[in-house]
Design a protein around this ligand. Structure first.
Ligand code: SAM
Ligand code: SF4
Length: 323
């Protein structure tokens, strides 16, 4: 059995959220900070082992650990190790806001981490502070240097926002001249909670793409299994750039990922109408049972999201799912 949907898309990539708690207050995500619904009963290590095993048996080879802020879990190294030690899982990644990164990165790499995405929406420390509520840009940049020294791949996620970082492309480009990371510029997505912010701040990535092409950036050939980012490189730069434009035509046709929330719900799309509760099945620790359920549920995956019509499904903010 394989995870393949009725449109022929294969799901070799799982985004696994391990907590929905976050300590940052990103303007587009949790502007008022994290609010608990009282239930902090997140997936345990044995549950994560079962999920990794079953997904791997169904052809998944990459797991991204996300949140909320995954580094707030004290057992994160053990979670990384559990995923990395699962036969068939070839790549373990994390998406983090990088808070305390210099303190943590060695233990994550020791546990088997292969790559890391760090969110940095501005390289101006004051602007970074006003977007996230934390004056920590320099600490995070130090953590990135350490990650590169340890030899893991680093991507930096920056969400494009008209009122904040829209004029910052040159700043980022200067940094990429000497820094071997991939900068991923992500178009702001509408979610249930950010309608007014979205209306004021959404900008298309298309003009940036044109600007890059005009200044000698070259599109990378897309591999068959590549995700939805359009990537560019430039011979004069150590870093590269990826553009993620969820509002562009055919964005969903290359979808290769499924999501599980920190409380054990399967989301077939970032903007699905509901999460499908599979925790009781995960807890039975029975490979075949879970695998049959996953394959059956995948039958309902739709061809595209409905974001163009302002339909954001059950997704109030991306901290509840992990982006
Ligand atoms: N806390 C971690 C972090 O910020 O990297 C992981 C979770 S966060 C939800 C994952 C990614 O989603 C981050 O790169 C964040 O910038 C991005 N994100 C959150 N809300 C978004 C939105 N409305 N539109 C586009 N990207 C968003
Ligand atoms: Fe937290 Fe990440 Fe959301 Fe920022 S984007 S509030 S760091 S979950």
């Amino acid at each position: 059995m394989q995870l393949e949907d009725k449109f022929g898309r294969r799901f070799y990539y799982l985004r696994l959220s391990i907590t929905d708690v976050c300590n940052f207050k990103c303007e587009y995500c949790l502007p008022d900070g994290y609010e608990s619904d009282g239930d902090r009963h997140f997936l345990t290590v044995p549950e994560i082992r079962q999920i990794a095993q079953s997904f791997s048996n169904l052809g998944t080879s990459k797991i991204r650990i996300t949140g909320g802020e995954p580094s707030l879990r004290k057992d994160l190294p053990q979670i990384i190790e559990t995923c990395a030690n699962t036969p068939g899982i070839e790549h373990v990644a994390i998406t983090t806001n990088g808070y305390k990164l210099p303190e943590h990165i060695d233990s994550w790499v020791d546990a088997g981490l292969n790559s890391m995405n760090v969110s940095i929406d501005s390289l101006d420390p004051r602007l970074f502070n006003s977007i996230t509520g934390h004056d920590r840009l320099n600490v995070i940049l130090k953590g990135i240097d350490r990650a590169l020294a340890l030899g893991i791949k680093v991507k930096v996620n920056a969400v494009l926002m008209r009122q904040f970082n829209h004029g910052e492309l040159d700043n980022f480009l200067n940094w990429l001249k000497t820094t071997p990371v991939t900068l991923r510029m992500i178009e702001l997505m509408q979610t249930g909670d950010n309608n007014a912010f979205f209306d004021k701040n959404h900008v298309s990535g298309e003009p940036i793409k044109q600007q890059l092409l005009e200044s000698g950036w070259i599109p990378k050939i897309r591999e068959k299994t590549a995700g939805p980012a359009q990537e560019f490189y430039h011979p004069d730069y150590k870093g590269s750039i990826g553009l993620i434009m969820p509002y562009s035509k055919d964005f969903c046709s290359s979808c290769n990922r499924l999501r599980i929330t920190a409380k054990g719900k399967l989301h077939l799309c970032l903007f699905a109408d509901q999460g499908l509760d599979i925790r009781h099945i995960i807890q039975q620790q029975d490979n075949e049972l879970l695998e049959n359920e996953l394959v059956a549920l995948l039958g309902d995956k739709e061809a595209t999201h409905w974001l163009h019509d302002g339909i954001t499904g059950a997704t109030k903010h991306l901290a509840m799912l992990g982006g």
